[in-house]
Design a protein around this ligand. Structure first.
Ligand SMILES: Nc1ncnc2c1ncn2[C@@H]1O[C@H](COP(=O)(O)OP(=O)(O)OP(=O)(O)O)[C@@H](O)[C@H]1O
Ligand SMILES: [Mg+2]
Length: 255
């Protein structure tokens, strides 16, 4: 069998809560193939963000391991990059310098940086705004800068935690289309946390449904419809129902 690009085995994570320990993740097993776009859904507080941070190497699990190309990883690495929300951009830097920030830190010379950032600014339709400051952009544009900033690092795996949560519906619909194009162009492996079941069905090659705490992956649902998909696609409604019917009992348990 083909080796998974990324595999998590039995990830367990506790947090101190009042006088006892709370088990957030109760053994998360997930296999992600190269080029998969896995959307993670689950009840609030079940540990999706914690799981993503553990995969990024920003947090250590109490038990279990992360395998990247079959090898255990325990720290952050350039092959797994988290797309932080647009709020994490540097307001004192211009758009292009925000996008090039990671490359600069990695010691890439100026001309090469400019070449790389140009490609992603184009892809994100931000070329005209390369010299703007981030406060001069709309929320959706800032989100695109945040995505470009991660993409320039050319990671194998992109980790995204509710990147569209703060957007208005129109901007989100635009980015849903753009995100599918980006994925098709770059063939990145993506882990994408969302609360929005329609968003998960539109974007994902698979949707991973988390159970309530202590969380595990309750079900991994493949999504095989043609792209580009939109939230209005009637083909996707049955799938959304299926995901919701798995989610509903978990959300009730967490109340
Ligand atoms: N640093 C921390 N200290 C203590 N408890 C934490 C910490 N981080 C997370 N938790 C707890 O772990 C659980 C999972 O949190 P997490 O943020 O991963 O959930 P989530 O699934 O991302 O939720 P949401 O959908 O609301 O974003 C919660 O009960 C939370 O209170
Ligand atoms: Mg979260």
């Amino acid at each position: 069998m083909k080796m998974a690009k990324l595999e998590t085995k039995g990830i367990v994570k506790h947090f101190a809560h009042e006088s006892h320990k709370l088990m957030a993740l109760g053994g998360v097993d997930l296999k992600v193939e190269d080029g998969d776009f896995v959307c993670l859904v689950g009840p609030s507080g079940c540990g999706k963000s914690t799981f993503l941070r553990i995969v990024a190497g920003l947090e250590t699990p109490d038990e279990g391991e992360i395998l990247f190309d079959g090898k255990p990883v325990t720290t952050t690495g350039p092959e797994r990059i988290m797309v932080f929300q647009e709020g994490a951009l540097f307001p004192w830097l211009r758009v292009q310098d925000n996008v090039e920030f990671g490359l600069k830190m990695a010691g890439i010379p100026k001309e090469e940086r400019a070449q790389i950032s140009k490609r992603y600014l184009d892809m994100m339709q931000l070329t005209k705004f390369a010299n703007s400051f981030t406060y001069q952009l709309s929320t959706g544009m800032r989100q695109r800068v945040a995505i470009a900033r991660a993409l320039v690092m050319d990671p194998d795996v992109l980790l995204m935690d509710e990147p569209f949560a703060a957007l208005d519906a129109q901007t989100r619909d635009l980015l849903l289309v753009e995100m599918q194009l980006i994925w098709e162009k770059t063939k990145k492996t993506i882990l994408f946390v969302t609360h929005n079941v329609a968003e998960a069905a539109v974007l994902g090659t698979k949707v991973a449904i988390f159970s309530n705490r202590p969380s595990k992956i309750k079900k991994l649902v493949p999504v095989d419809f043609k792209r580009p998909r939109t939230p209005e696609d009637e083909n996707l409604l049955g799938l959304q129902q299926e995901i919701l019917s798995e989610l509903r009992p978990e959300v009730k348990k967490s109340k």
